[in-house]
Design a protein around this ligand. Structure first.
Ligand code: GLN
Length: 265
C-alpha cells in the first residue's frame, strides 16, 4: 500500500468509526444507482444447505434464496457479505453489516443484543463421528477430543456435555475445516446443526455419521431467524417478516426448502 492509500484507508476507518459512534441509521447501509437502500447482509462462508459458494463463486442455499425472494417482495436491495458465522454476528454488532442470515438460532441470550425476525427454520443439534470408525455414541468420547465451531449452539451443547462424557474440545471457525479435523483423525467427533450435518453427509459426501442428536425441546435446538443489531433497524426486521409471510403464502418458501431438503413425506 502506498502512503497516500494508507492515509485514505485511515481516514475511511475513522469515518466508519464516527458513523458507528453516532448511532442512528446503520453505517453499513449504502445507496444503489437508482437511489434505493442497499443493505449489507453478513452470512456464514460454508453452511450448506443454508449458504455455500458454488464453483463459480456465487452463493447459493436456503438463506440466500430466501433473502433474495424477500428482498424482491419488499423492494429492497442487499449486498451479501460471507464472512463466517462468528464474524457475521460481530459485524452486525459493530455496525459493519445491517443484518445477518446464517442459520442463526434465536436464543434468549442473543436477544439481549440482537432483534430477530420470526423463525423460519427448525433445527436440532447433533454429534457426528467417522462413518467407518468405532465412535458410535457419546459414551465413546471419554478421554478423547472433539471439534466444535466458534460461537455456535452446537458448541454450547458440546460444552454442556464435556464434563459428563469426559471429552475435550478444539474450536474451528468454519464447518468444513471442522469436518476435516474429524476425517483426518485429529478429533474423534464434531458437533453441528443436524440439517447441516445431514446435508454434508448425504449431499457433500462427507464420510461421517450422526452418533447423537439433541431433543427438539433442548435449549440448544432453537429455530433460525434473521437478525439485526438490537434497536437499530426495526424497518429491516419488519420488511423481512412481511416478506417471509408473503413468500410462505405464495409457495416460494416451500419451493426453496424442497429444492435443498428432501423429505420422505
Ligand atoms: N445455528 C447455529 C447457531 O446459531 C449455527 C449457525 C452457523 O454455524 N452458521 O449458533
Amino acid at each position: 500500500m502506498k502512503l497516500r492509500q494508507i492515509g485514505t484507508a485511515i481516514a475511511g476507518a475513522a469515518l466508519a468509526l464516527s458513523l458507528v459512534a453516532c448511532g442512528g441509521s446503520p453505517a453499513a447501509t449504502g445507496t444503489s444507482s437508482n437511489g434505493s437502500t442497499v443493505y449489507k447482509i453478513a452470512t456464514d462462508t460454508t453452511f450448506a444447505p443454508f449458504e455455500y459458494a458454488e464453483a463459480n463463486g456465487n452463493y447459493a442455499g436456503i438463506d440466500i434464496e430466501l433473502l433474495d425472494a424477500i428482498a424482491k417482495d419488499q423492494g429492497f436491495e442487499y449486498k451479501l457479505d460471507p464472512v463466517g458465522f462468528d464474524a457475521a454476528l460481530q459485524n452486525v454488532q459493530s455496525g459493519q453489516a445491517d443484518g445477518v442470515i446464517a442459520g442463526m438460532s434465536i436464543t434468549d441470550k442473543r436477544k439481549q443484543v440482537f432483534d430477530f425476525s420470526e423463525p423460519y427454520y427448525n433445527a436440532t443439534v447433533c454429534a457426528a463421528a467417522k462413518s467407518d470408525g468405532d465412535v458410535k455414541s457419546l459414551d465413546d468420547l471419554r478421554g478423547k477430543n472433539v471439534a466444535i465451531k466458534t460461537g455456535t449452539m452446537s458448541a454450547s451443547w458440546a460444552q454442556s456435555l464435556a464434563e459428563q462424557y469426559g471429552f475435550t474440545t478444539t474450536t474451528f471457525d468454519t464447518s468444513d475445516v471442522m469436518y476435516q479435523d474429524v476425517l483426518a483423525g485429529n478429533s474423534v467427533a464434531c458437533f453441528e446443526d443436524t440439517p447441516v450435518m445431514s446435508y454434508a453427509i448425504t449431499n457433500g459426501g462427507v464420510a461421517l455419521h450422526i452418533i447423537a442428536e439433541s431433543e427438539e425441546t433442548s435449549e440448544f435446538a432453537a429455530p433460525y431467524g434473521f437478525a439485526v443489531n438490537k434497536g437499530t433497524n426495526p424497518d429491516l426486521i419488519k420488511k423481512f417478516n412481511d416478506g417471509l409471510a408473503n413468500v410462505k403464502k405464495d409457495g416460494t418458501y416451500d419451493k426453496i426448502i424442497s429444492k435443498y431438503v428432501k423429505t420422505n413425506a
